[in-house]
Ligand binder design. Structure first.
Ligand code: ARG
Length: 467
């Protein structure tokens, strides 16, 4: 295929170089956005009187035909076409003849790729936020349903205090809510037009770039052409949002993997969301959650990959930038698929409420902090209460007795400040119900949290629908 830049060259490109430099095998995903950008550019050229209105109409009709070819899978995308920008222009020229050659006036592929990627980003953010808000809705609904389900809460993966399962689930819902804000903020940063940068220095023609931006639904025009074609910071923002989201997904996965083990036995995975072993007939494995956790490695690597590509580049465009798309596409695909799959995993699995409750209730010393607080209420400094209860805990472990089963006489051996009937006041239910301060694990608070989440979800969905 004749190169668009072939005039200066006396030899055809080495086939190895052609294969090495092409990007069409992956940037074909930008095709629809490239066509959208070209349609806007036609309008800019007509307004600048570089195209007659009649010519503009012909080009628009031609581009629409290219779009139909794309939709029906008949747009040629072979690697000799280099990249998607060339492929679209070549297909257009085949339809409209030499007039197609006018489309590239005042425009470079550098401007195009920067524009296309931003338009793609809008799409990717919408997809991620769509999947993310759905996951948040699933978590919020489960949190409400499980607001009274008791379980041990952990620090250092050691039993620490009783909590409600609803509180645990709602914690993740809040994390993902912030992640969705991160995606929306990333788009907010990217919501500006590079087109009209004329490769690097600007254009000799009088382009109404504001009109181009408006046509593409972009909020503003990038004011510096060197910046516009050479930076990819807004993709770094997107990749960072994806990395944080995948990190949260990975932590949730880790909890679920532990909970699915016989040691915990807190959940039963749905058959449709679990996998088996080729050798051990009894196995039911949490591969879905493991893969979500594992994919965090890739999504983090994508963020660092792009940062590394960018760090040494002189202004303005360098071909290194072509690598950006691998990172962006991969993170966008991975995070959206992970959010979707996790929503399915959670909605289909079953909580083993009794086992969770028993793990909290049968624990000998889970209520130790509550017992120390009994002394605090009697005026004992917390440090001293801690010390006394530490000794009580030791006693319980030795005797194999629960704190809540100790008699007044037993407790008073450690301190006569324990009021009568102390142990009767100690229970897992009482412990979670007492956590009424904002942020606490009580069922009432979980209900309030779900209200907040529902409100936030509404706001995020509204913002995403307006992108
Ligand atoms: N395929 C290129 C990329 O993805 C498009 C821009 C090419 N520009 C250039 N001057 N060779 O970055």
């Amino acid at each position: 295929m004749k190169k668009t830049w072939g005039g200066r060259f006396k030899k055809p490109t080495d086939p190895q170089v052609e294969a090495f430099t092409e990007s069409i095998s992956f940037d074909h995903r930008l095709a629809a956005f490239d066509i959208e950008g070209s349609l806007a550019h036609v309008q800019t050229l007509v307004k600048a009187k570089l195209l007659k209105p009649q010519e503009g109409k012909k080009l628009v009709a031609g581009l629409q035909k290219v779009r139909r070819m794309l939709e029906t899978g008949s747009l040629p995308l072979d690697s000799s076409l280099e990249d998607i920008h060339t492929a679209v222009e070549k297909a257009l020229t085949k339809i409209v003849g030499p007039l197609g050659g006018k489309l590239h006036t005042g425009r470079s592929r550098n401007d195009q790729v920067a524009t296309d990627l931003r338009l793609y980003l809008r799409h990717a953010v919408k997809e991620a936020v769509g999947a993310g808000t759905n996951l948040i809705a699933v978590l919020a609904q489960l949190a409400l349903q499980e607001k009274e389900t008791l379980m041990p809460g952990y620090t250092h993966l050691q039993r620490a205090m009783p909590i409600t399962l609803g509180h645990h689930l709602s914690a993740y819902a809040f994390m993902f809510t912030r992640d969705m804000e991160r995606f929306l903020t990333a788009w907010d940063m990217a919501n500006a037009l590079p087109l009209g940068s004329g490769a690097l220095a600007g254009t000799n023609h009088s382009f109404d770039r504001k009109l181009t931006a408006k046509k593409l639904g972009l909020k503003s025009v990038l004011e510096n052409s060197l910046d516009a074609v050479s930076d990819r910071d807004v993709y770094v923002d997107f990749l960072a949002a994806a990395a944080v989201t995948q990190m949260h997904l990975s932590r949730l996965s880790e909890d679920l993997i532990l909970w699915a083990s016989s040691e915990f036995g807190f959940i039963e995975m749905d058959d449709a969301f679990a996998t088996g072993s080729s050798l051990m007939p009894q196995k039911k494995n949490p591969d879905v959650a493991e893969l979500v956790r594992g994919k965090a490695g890739r999504v983090f690597a994508n963020l660092f990959g792009l940062l590394t590509v960018l760090k040494g580049l002189p202004l303005a465009y360098n071909r290194d930038l072509q690598e950006d798309k691998h990172f962006v596409f991969d993170s966008a695909d991975t995070v959206t698929a992970s959010l979707k799959t996790m929503a399915g995993f959670l909605s289909s699995m079953k909580f083993q409420r009794e086992k969770m409750g028993r793990a909290a209730d049968r624990d000998l010393t889970l209520l130790a902090t509550d017992l120390a607080d009994v002394l605090v209420k009697e005026g004992v400094p917390f440090r001293l209460g801690h010390e006394i209860v530490g000794r009580v805990v030791h006693y319980c472990l030795e005797k194999g007795k629960r704190l809540q089963d100790l008699t007044d006489a037993e407790l008073n051996k450690f301190s006569d400040l324990f009021p009568k009937g102390t142990s009767q006041q100690l229970s897992v239910v009482h412990s979670v119900n007492a956590k009424q301060t904002v942020g606490g694990t009580s069922p009432r608070n979980v209900e309030k949290q779900v209200k907040t989440l529902t409100m936030e979800l509404g706001k995020i969905r509204k913002k995403a629908s307006q992108l």
